[in-house]
Design a protein around this ligand. Structure first.
Ligand code: F6P
Length: 343
């Protein structure tokens, strides 16, 4: 019987997942492993929903967005019977090791299973780039490029109409997308979850810009940003299986406040899932490819409980525990640097 590596992709989809899957399969075949795709994240392990992966199944997927395996936000630790089924299926499917491709939630489950004796390896995935123990998650570069292009486009219409334009980007806990896309797109203010929004300061900055003859402004805001004087703006109260609320909508509140306080005509664009869709950049294709090869090599070397990680320009391995302990936030010094360009 051949050794069998399983792979699943969980949480929000993200450009670059398919390159990871392709790389795992290509590297696995060299060492004569069979590859089993588990569909829809941890849900597929609970439901024993699988698909064999071979050269044919990964042919042509390098430039494709999304994940050919499907994804879900299912948390097997939420219900005891789900966890029991997931563990039983891991054994019944005769899995030698499982590679989990995901962000904080998916890898959190991966780490728990590893602690219970399962052979698990992780790959860091999220457009938010907020996973610790790696310099970059794949998908982030694509999201930043999409958001930057959107800001460039919004710039020309803001200028023509002499408007304030608020651009809401993704970023649940951290403002990496907002910060980098805002810097690259030349935003006049960047508001991110790490540093609460002082609406008076934002409006003063916009007014000063207008006083010096710039009669348009671009404000980038992360969906998870908060006002100093109110709590997070929620889209709805429903929680997912990992206890997260659905965000989105702060841009509209911010836009109304700016218009009310400055009297400048203000419009709002929410980029939403556009940032997660479509083809990955060359950077994310290569990063995903390197992560996939490394993850498979960790499996071959029986280095379980580890995650492939980018440190500088090297792909290394780090304990999963380090990746799931705390989130990587935008440091104050980087935000201070960005402020040079505000206003
Ligand atoms: O975690 C990545 C992310 O894109 C966040 O930025 C965002 O809050 C969330 O996923 C949205 O998730 P969903 O697509 O499940 O609504």
């Amino acid at each position: 019987m051949k050794k069998q590596v399983a792979v699943l992709t969980g949480g929000g989809d993200c450009p670059g997942i398919n390159p990871v899957i392709r790389a795992i399969v290509r590297r696995a075949l060299i060492d004569d492993y069979q590859v089993l795709g588990i569909k829809n994240g941890w849900k597929g392990l609970i439901e024993k929903d699988t698909i064999p992966l071979n050269l044919e199944s990964v042919s042509g997927i390098l430039p494709r967005g999304g994940t050919i395996l499907g994804t879900s936000r299912t948390n097997p630790y939420k219900k005891a019977e789900d966890l029991k089924k997931a563990k039983e299926n891991y054994k019944a499917l005769k899995i030698t090791a499982l590679i989990a491709v995901g962000g904080e939630d998916t890898l959190g489950v991966a780490y728990k299973l590893y602690k219970e004796g399962f052979h698990i390896v992780g790959v860091p995935k999220t457009i938010d780039n907020d996973l610790s123990a790696t310099d970059r998650t794949f998908g982030f570069d694509t999201a930043v490029n999409i958001a930057t292009e959107a800001i460039d486009r919004i710039h020309t219409t803001a200028e023509s109409h002499h408007r304030v334009m608020v651009v809401e980007v993704m970023g649940r806990h951290s403002g990496w997308i907002g910060l980098e896309a805002g810097l690259a797109g030349g935003a006049d203010a960047i508001l991110i979850p790490e540093f609460p929004i002082d609406i008076d300061q934002v409006c003063t900055l916009i007014k000063k810009r207008h006083q010096r003859g710039k009669n348009f402004s671009i404000v980038v805001v992360s969906e998870g940003a908060k006002f100093t004087k109110s709590s997070e703006v929620l889209q709805d109260e429903e929680l997912d299986a990992f206890g997260h609320v659905r965000l989105g909508g702060i841009g509209n509140i911010l836009g109304k406040e700016i218009e009310k306080r400055t009297w400048f005509e203000t419009r709002v664009t929410v980029l939403g899932h556009i940032q997660r869709g479509g083809t990955p950049t060359a950077f994310d294709r290569i990063l995903g490819t390197r992560y996939g090869v490394k993850a498979m090599e960790l499996v071959i070397a029986k280095k379980f409980g580890q995650m492939a990680s980018l440190q500088g320009d090297k792909i290394v391995s780090v304990p999963l525990q380090k990746a799931v302990g705390s989130l990587k936030m935008v440091p104050p010094e980087l935000y201070e640097m960005a402020k040079v360009f505000f206003g």
